[in-house]
Design a binder for this molecule. Sequence first.
Ligand SMILES: Cc1cc2nc3c(=O)[nH]c(=O)nc-3n(C[C@H](O)[C@H](O)[C@H](O)COP(=O)(O)O)c2cc1C
Length: 378
Amino acid sequence: MNRRELLSHLAACATLYPQDRVLSIDDMINVFDFDAACKLRIPRDAYDYVSGGAEDEFTLKRNRDAFGRITFRPRMLVDVSKMDLSIEVFGSRSEMPIFVAPTGSHGRVNPTGEPATARGAGAAKTIMGVSTTSSFPLADIAKAATGPLWFQLYAGPDEEGTREKVERAVGLGCKVILFTVDAPYYPHRERDLRNRLVRPEVQREMGMRRRRPDDPETERYGLPQRFTATLTWAFLRKVAAWAKVPVLVKGILTAADAKLAIENGAAGVVVSNHGGRYLDGDPATIEVLPDIVAAVGGRAPVFLDGGIRRGTDVIKALALGAKAVFVGRPPLWGLGAYGEAGVARVLRLLQTELALAMGMLGAPNLAAIRREMVVVDR
Ligand SMILES: Cc1cc2nc3c(=O)[nH]c(=O)nc-3n(C[C@H](O)[C@H](O)[C@H](O)COP(=O)(O)O)c2cc1C
């Protein structure tokens, strides 16, 4: 949005709201409002980094659309006067089955960065996933945190370096390792490329600034030699042995891989397509969830992320077998627009929507959300 567009948008807002309340945090009534407010309040390239996806953004859109193909079969005259949304998993407690997904570079959307996100998540009494590519050192985030932290691992730069990251995170009190496996290469996120947001070394990796073809260092197809691209399931066993805390494999989209994850030491899986930011053409996560839940067969918890923007989306995921969900962009929009308070509010809004919808569905607690309460269109 350029300056002229911004001014005209603000003028339009001013006709809708009293001038002094334009875009105050109290005007935010759902996650989409935070998206719009964030778009207005942070630089365009930072907004695009958060909100964009890979290539045509097909998967990004599909994550959302797929929730629209699921409807409810609500039950009436159930006592829903006392609602309980709380959950405990791997010794971490949360007041809602909605956790903060690990996302990189919070400093890009707000200088207060991950420590502010951690305080916001703590205020909402939920669990925060902390990315390997955080803007702040993990020790600072851990110091600021008032709730449980789960550490997201990108392997690299080599085996020893990976081991150090895992041990440091566990040493700093992270209760779970989220091992991300869907990123062997860095994708073409075209908004970032056009905004020239991508770091030079990453651009080089992507072959964006090509070396001469006769340069002996030029890799085949312009692909870099990345440590992550060499990994196989055997590496998961090593991560699990180093961690000594539960390791969840993040980025699973097939029943076959879910089984391999459990067989190779995972304590659970996160059904994820990285929010449509890596392989464009991946299915929506909610579409593949039922097959994965069936394959895991209760041996380990299955989590989901991707496109959760409403309390009703959370119920759909739980009814189809997810233990809990993660949200990636919503807390970042909250952070970008209003800092720590925005993170807390966006999470609380989702919690309230979830409680309302569970009440109307006839489910006073998470265990009462059952498979037969949803219908998936064919
Ligand atoms: C800006 C941004 C940065 C992300 N960084 C990471 C990361 O460092 N590690 C990771 O495993 N996933 C990362 N993700 C993916 C999220 O963990 C999560 O899978 C995804 O955002 C869920 O989709 P949603 O944004 O639609 O909720 C990132 C997502 C976004 C939007």
